[in-house]
Design a binder for this molecule. Structure first.
Ligand SMILES: Cc1cc2nc3c(=O)[nH]c(=O)nc-3n(C[C@H](O)[C@H](O)[C@H](O)COP(=O)(O)O)c2cc1C
Length: 422
């Protein structure tokens, strides 16, 4: 009976453990989590979502305060076109986040950064160019392009000295999206080094419509594999979304996948950035506590716990401090939804916005509890403590459970010793 450890992912002239911990935005996949994956011989991701905010928390910088101070005059203004990111500051924050992470890296594995195209930041091309270039300058091993088709992303960095040596990959949810992307990158003579194929059971934003349940990962992976074979392209394929056990992973590797990308099982590890209280919400969740909705201003469906404080919240848009989802014309669909509700309820001190959420603020505050389909199985991966809460896991434990388990078994952690006082 095969285990995931019987396989290796050949990338970057290395033979890696074929486990990739996926990027989880706004510091849910922390540097600590990514570094553990690298130490254990796999690949970890940090995220480039809201890096100035993350840097403030991690390094006590003042990027957000500075931006808010500059644009404070605009807070009550509906028009957000003025609210621009300072590209120098963005570069500084990215270099600090990435550089410090890479300096701390130990072991044979790699650390990549997840880079979302939908983070349009009121100037999509320029902010993306800065984020990508700064991450490469700071020594990142690889960049995973996500949340978008990224048809112009390679060309933004084609003159960077590391363009051909850094590992570049993309997340797609259909063979069609991959075809479009390859057509563009082919013209630059630079193919991606890997392709993550993400199915409808993933966490975060989904690359499907609200009809996501009609699709299944195995079929899409097969279609992508057939297409690449037909084009004689030898690009490693990495399935993601709902791969919950080592045996699930082995099924994909057996069928020709190069590695798997996983995330949900790591949301309840000590190294994950979610607050401990929120990790308990993930543990406790039952199947019907999870929904896919359209409240993200990106326009993509997003899976989350139904009791996320972000749902129905009607806070004032915080674009002057954040503004990561402002499109190239300074708009965000939450601003429209918020203003509509204010108009409808002019005398209410507190309003509720049901159809959209201020994703920047709520992701920043860990109030949008996005999660994978199998979050309701997390309770079976740990032990209950005497107070009824669940024991947090170590990333090493979860990583090695994927690596060495078989027969769809999930190893429980060693019981934490309880100190009895008295
Ligand atoms: C809490 C959470 C946040 C996520 N955030 C992002 C993100 O910011 N960008 C992204 O490309 N994928 C994101 N994902 C998707 C994961 O990187 C990964 O591909 C997917 O969840 C793997 O499926 P699994 O969670 O069933 O293992 C997120 C997933 C989770 C669970």
């Amino acid at each position: 009976m095969k285990r995931l450890d019987d396989y290796r992912l050949r990338l970057c002239n290395k033979d890696l453990v074929p486990i990739v911990i996926g990027g989880m935005g706004v510091d849910i996949s922390t540097a600590e989590l990514a570094l553990e994956a690298a130490r254990l011989g796999g690949i970890g991701h940090i995220s480039d979502a809201m890096v100035p905010t993350v840097s403030d928390r991690r390094f006590k910088t003042r990027f957000v305060k500075e931006k808010l101070k500059k644009y404070k005059y605009n807070v009550a203004n509906v028009d957000k076109t003025d609210v621009q990111f300072d590209l120098g500051r963005l570069e500084e924050a990215t270099k600090m986040h990435v550089g410090n992470t890479m300096q701390a890296k130990r072991g044979e594995g790699l650390v990549f950064i997840n880079c979302m195209e939908k983070l349009t930041m009121n100037s999509p091309r320029e902010t993306l160019r800065v984020r990508l270039a700064a991450a490469m300058d700071a020594g990142i091993d690889g960049i995973t392009l996500s949340a978008g088709l990224h048809l112009g992303s390679f060309s933004l960095i084609q003159d960077h000295p590391r363009f051909r040596d850094v590992q570049l990959g993309i997340i797609v949810s259909s063979v069609r999206a991959l075809q479009l992307f390859l057509r563009k990158t082919g013209r630059l003579g630079r193919l991606p080094d890997y392709v993550v194929v993400e199915g409808p059971f993933a966490g975060g934003h989904l690359g499907f419509g609200m009809d996501w349940a009609k699709y299944d990962l195995k079929t899409i992976v097969t279609e992508v594999g057939q297409y690449l074979a037909q084009e004689q392209l030898d690009i490693p394929v990495i399935p993601a979304g709902g791969i919950f056990t080592g045996s699930d992973a082995v099924e994909y590797l057996n069928a020709g996948a190069a590695a798997v990308q996983v995330a949900t099982r790591f949301t309840v590890t000590k190294e994950c950035g979610l607050p401990d209280k929120v990790k308990q919400e993930y543990f406790k969740a039952d199947e019907d506590d999870i929904e896919v909705n359209m409240i993200s201003p990106t326009g993509y469906p997003m899976r989350m716990l139904k009791n996320s404080p972000a749902i129905g919240s009607g806070i004032r848009p915080n674009c002057e401090a954040y503004g990561y989802l402002l499109d190239s014309t300074g708009n965000c669909s939450y601003i429209d939804a918020y203003n509509r509700e204010v108009e409808r309820h002019p005398n209410d001190k507190k309003i509720s916005v049901k159809d959209k959420t201020c994703l920047c603020t709520h992701m920043r505050n860990f109030d949008c509890w996005t999660c994978g389909y199998y979050t309701y199985r997390l309770k079976d991966t740990s032990r209950r403590l005497p107070d009824g809460s669940f024991q947090l896991l170590s990333a090493e434990h979860v990583f090695q459970d994927y690596q060495f388990s078989f027969d769809h078994r999930v190893a429980l952690p060693e019981q934490e010793s309880v100190t009895v006082i008295g």
